[in-house]
Design a protein around this ligand. Structure first.
Ligand SMILES: Nc1nc2c(ncn2[C@@H]2O[C@H](COP(=O)(O)OP(=O)(O)OP(=O)(O)O)[C@@H](O)[C@H]2O)c(=O)[nH]1
Length: 357
């Protein structure tokens, strides 16, 4: 039965874990297999889709990449994801495989459940859910909340009924996985990597396979063809939210899910004359204001190419990816993501000042 359905791989993982990097690698090694990509991002700037379109893979052209930037995919399943999927499945030239990159803040569970919808179920199946992990961030304790502090907060505030939003989401993404990729293994030594492996194994409520990777380099044969039919097994992958929802339902209460623990905004920064200096200043801004993720494109005067800037915490990569196109307005646009109380106006002013040098 599954042989007649188009396989779809769901790639999830927290902000900046390396999902897009892994997909780029996958496309470069796909050996003629026609892959359609659905890319979902948190924030109003479609950076991932743009980076993937820029990679020029023959088996995945611009037409094969659909961007869903209308909020996190888990909250827009009915309005965005299902119609997009139906359109993709109605095309004359069907893809051999569909890859879906969720936003770094998405809960994969509602997306996997959507594969049981009547219009979708007969035509496509979830080949596997792959969760990409930033091993260095885990080793640095980014998702390990201070439980004593949280317990004290809960004692002071009855309304606080959940763990830290970062930790909860991280665990939900692990629990959904059929395969976990411990990425960024280049940034930590073997001892720390083994500690990350144990930590991840404990946090996942199931026991998925794990592989390690550097630069998202995982052979396509490992990622595709898992044949898991994950949509048939959603009851075993429940998120914290779903468990809380079940408990609230039993207690006759309502439990609401949204992403209001997180916020994002776009900064338009003008031309950046001295990128090295700008990046140094960005590091301070990011650490002063607890920015979780910052990414986008910058205009460097005198350079024909646009500069990609990618920050995950204070670790920042930058590279020129492609020439500015004819008619394209040069400019610097950066999306900033943080917790809900992030200080937008101060950060915006600081980034603009840093850009102006
Ligand atoms: N050192 C190192 N950097 C990596 C690795 N994988 C990805 N990166 C870098 O990490 C940053 C984020 O990578 P992305 O692939 O954009 O991460 P993502 O998970 O798609 O990010 P979001 O979609 O924003 O959640 C980029 O600067 C990558 O170059 C790795 O294995 N090692």
């Amino acid at each position: 039965m599954q042989g007649q359905k188009i396989p779809a791989t769901v790639i999830t993982g927290f902000l900046g874990a390396g999902k897009t990097t892994m997909i780029r690698h996958l496309l470069s090694k796909a050996d003629g297999r026609r892959i359609a990509l659905i890319v979902n991002e948190f924030g109003d700037l479609g950076v991932d889709g743009d980076v993937l379109k820029g990679c020029g893979a023959e088996n995945c052209t611009e037409d094969d990449i659909v961007e869903l930037t209308n909020g996190c995919i888990c909250c827009t399943v009915a309005d965005d994801f299902i119609p997009t999927m139906e359109k993709l499945l109605d095309r004359d030239e069907k893809p051999d495989h569909i890859v879906i990159e969720t936003s770094g803040l998405a809960l994969p569970q509602p997306l996997v459940a959507a594969f049981n919808w009547p219009g979708i179920k007969p035509r496509v199946t979830v080949d596997g859910v792959i969760t990409v992990v930033d091993s260095a961030a885990v080793a640095d304790g980014r998702f390990a909340e201070d439980h004593e502090r949280l317990d004290a907060q809960r004692r002071d505030d009855d309304a606080l009924d959940h763990e830290s939003p970062l930790e909860e989401l991280f665990e939900d993404q692990l629990t959904a996985a059929d395969l976990i990729v411990l990425n960024k293994a280049d940034l930590i030594d073997d001892t720390r990597l083994e500690a990350v492996r144990s930590d991840v194994a404990v946090r996942s409520k199931r026991s998925p396979a794990m592989v390690t990777a550097k630069g998202g380099e995982v052979p396509p044969a490992v990622l595709l063809g898992l044949g898991m039919e994950s949509e048939a097994d959603i009851a075993n992958r429940k998120s914290h939210h779903e468990r809380a929802h079940d408990a609230a339902h039993e207690a006759g209460e309502d439990h609401h899910h949204d992403h209001d623990e997180f916020d994002s905004f776009v900064v338009e920064a003008g031309a950046i004359a001295d990128p090295d200096r700008f990046i140094e200043q960005l590091k301070s801004i990011i650490s002063d204001h607890d920015v979780l993720r910052l990414k986008g494109f910058a205009d460097v005067p005198g350079k024909p190419m646009r500069l990609v800037i990618q920050a995950v915490g204070t670790r920042i990569d930058s590279y020129f990816d492609r020439p500015w196109s004819v008619g394209e307005v040069r400019g610097s646009r950066l999306v900033v993501i943080g917790l809900h109380d992030i200080d937008k106006s101060t950060i915006e002013t600081a980034i603009r000042q840093a850009a102006g040098g």
